[in-house]
Design a protein around this ligand. Structure first.
Ligand code: PEP
Ligand code: MN
Length: 344
């Protein structure tokens, strides 16, 4: 339930509403807005509770309107927070009519490989550099990442190029370490419901890039975002990266592009699409990147490797430098056509 207060409602009038909510056994959530304030009740209410609350609150001073939401998330909801969130990192704005491109290899493999990757990302005009140092691999025998050594490389290359950096953190105890070296914390698809990790990432105050779990519903995805937001960290970026497919013979995942307008309709958070993991096939990445732009995404995350054939992880879906540069040109042209602002 959401109680919209009149413009200019006094603190006392707001507190009266909160007191009545508490009398009914619920904890109110005060949601300041641009010109008026709302009070939310995050709990699921029975029809009887709803009617009783409405009767008690409807006649209070400065209450303008009471609305109901059947959605379980509140802080992530556009209804509760009508201004769209723009996450600004080192001057790069994610959301708010910009289209950002995050590019880089799946894994940081060496200083040389990462410097080469960064140079291609920078030269093509993109502003965010991705790289994995702690890798969530299906097999314990596969390359697990360079760990802190990889983070050090990311920090060095980020400083050298001025690019914003993003890397995955897999466990709560590593949040402070990863936060020391990179600008944006990535929560991987497999970790979307690692609640202690979400809480720790929320507490860090760093921007959090949250990937949708391979089998997560939209409600589960936004509730995971809610965990981060509820720690007082408003800088959350959503990422659609494909869901478990019906048929793995052709693609690794099924990129759910419909999730983009759905998320935009129900949430104020920026939405990025990852067509690399979404398809798992380098030659499909360009088409799905352009589709993401047209679908209304705020950006894309693309895996690119100086030499995909020798990549230590996800080589099959990595673009070559030439393919990445060509994609950037096409994205720019398309964005111009759609009157969007492209940040690389
Ligand atoms: C990645 O970005 O390299 C990654 C492991 O992605 P996901 O969590 O979406 O599988
Ligand atoms: Mn990868």
């Amino acid at each position: 339930m959401l109680i919209l207060m009149r413009v200019g409602a006094t603190d006392e009038q707001v507190q009266n509403v909160c007191a009545v909510i508490r009398d009914h056994g619920h904890e109110p959530l005060v949601l300041p807005g641009q010109d008026r304030l709302a009070v939310g009740i995050p709990d699921a209410l029975t029809p009887e509770e709803r009617i009783n609350l409405e009767m008690s609150i409807g006649s209070l001073e400065a209450v303008s309107k009471i609305t109901h939401t059947s959605r379980p998330y509140k802080l992530a909801s556009l209804e509760f927070h009508p201004e769209r969130t723009v996450v600004e990192v080192k001057g790069v704005k994610i959301g708010g009519g910009n289209f950002v491109v995050m590019g880089g290899p799946c894994s940081v493999e060496s200083l040389e490989q990462f410097q080469q990757s960064a140079e291609i990302v920078r030269a093509s005009g993109a502003q965010i550099l991705r790289g994995g140092a702690f890798k969530p691999r299906s097999s314990p025998y596969a390359f697990q990442g360079l760990a802190e050594e990889g983070l050090k490389i990311m920090k060095q290359v980020g400083d050298e190029t001025g690019l914003v950096t993003i890397s995955e953190v897999m466990s709560p105890d590593l949040v402070s370490l990863v936060a020391e070296y990179v600008d944006i914390l990535q929560i991987g698809a497999r970790s979307m419901q690692n609640f202690p990790l979400l809480i720790e990432a929320g507490k860090s105050g760093k921007p959090v890039f949250l990937k949708r779990g391979p089998s997560a519903t939209i409600d589960e995805f936004l509730l995971a975002a809610e965990y981060v937001l509820s720690q007082g960290n408003p800088r959350v970026i959503l990422c659609e990266r494909g869901v478990t497919p019906l048929d793995r013979a052709y693609t690794r995942n099924t990129l759910d592009l419909a999730a983009v307008p759905v998320l935009k309709e129900h949430s104020h958070l920026p939405v990025i699409v990852d067509p690399s993991h979404g398809t798992g096939v380098a030659r499909y990445v360009s088409a799905m990147s352009k589709a993401a732009l047209v679908a209304g995404a705020d950006g894309i995350m693309i895996e690119m490797h100086p030499n995909p054939k020798v990549a230590l992880s996800d080589g099959a879906q990595a673009l070559t430098p030439e393919q990445f540069t060509a994609l950037m040109r096409e994205i720019n042209a398309l964005a111009k056509f759609l009157a969007l602002n492209v940040l690389g």
